[in-house]
Ligand binder design. Sequence first.
Ligand SMILES: [Zn+2]
Ligand SMILES: [Zn+2]
Length: 328
Amino acid sequence: MSNHEQVTDPLQCGISLERDAANSKRIANLISIGIPLVGTAYAPLHFRHYSIGWIALSSFVLFYIAIGIGIGLGFHRYLTHKSFLPVRWLKWTLLVLGSFAFQGPVIRWIADHRRHHRFSDHPWDTHSPLFNELHPIHSKFRGLWHAHVGWMFDRTTTDYRVYAPDLLRDRDCVLLEHLYPLWMFLSLALPWLYGFLLGGADVAWSCLILGGCVRTTVFHNVVWGVNSIGHIFGSRDATKRDSSRNNLLLALATFGEGWHNNHHAAPRCAYNRWKWYQIDLNGILIWCLGKSGLVKDIVSTHNVVGLPSDTCAPLDAAEVTTANDAVL
Ligand SMILES: [Zn+2]
Ligand SMILES: [Zn+2]
């Protein structure tokens, strides 16, 4: 484990085992998962009485794309890894859309993900299918379950002061974090309003269920799938430092985040496409935003070497060459 730290005391690495903090995390995750899941479970009953029209279907597509971009571009490539710098209104737009995804408040998401990169598939990784220090993993299924859902209810919490001190100093991020309940409400209210304006009250409820609840539950499992499936199934053609994989289906469903092995090889790189066939829609969007002047300081593998290692694992020379050949 040359690129990862051996941890004897998790506290020193910003990982708490304190019971109250763990319970707060569990309750927040239960709410974030439970609300859309209840609506999703109700969907078959609702659509027994109401047909799924184009308005409800379009609400699913529109709001899925919105939270996909919010998580992929906003939470992940921009705020976790600082792959680019958006203008302020775009920063707010991306981070609000990410907050619509019911994946916890913004700073917690980023802190957990940075911890994942620090310990990738080694002890104290946030969500590895290969390691769980508190309940050793004896089977592949148990590992997948821990990486998919179990980690959100385990005893560990990630210290913001260690993993996201930059965000604690960012007033926008602190405000976004505190307003998380509002973003959850709007995430369901906006599909309802969309349906109401286009089709009336009955269509509004169909949009709330399909474009609000089902959309969120589907995207939950897609993103969790990157943590679980994306560290077990797929190819490892960029790095073998950890168990991350490139997975076509996950890449299509996440607009490019599923090229996860490429991402682990060069976490700060704004582009996940290293080979011609690796479609990276989020990367294309960043490239377009760069051309339009709405984002600047785009980090590609051309200039990733030498940046601080807090948000970027170092690349070795062979990997840099490979990446330089394939980036947009
Ligand atoms: Zn990963
Ligand atoms: Zn990442």
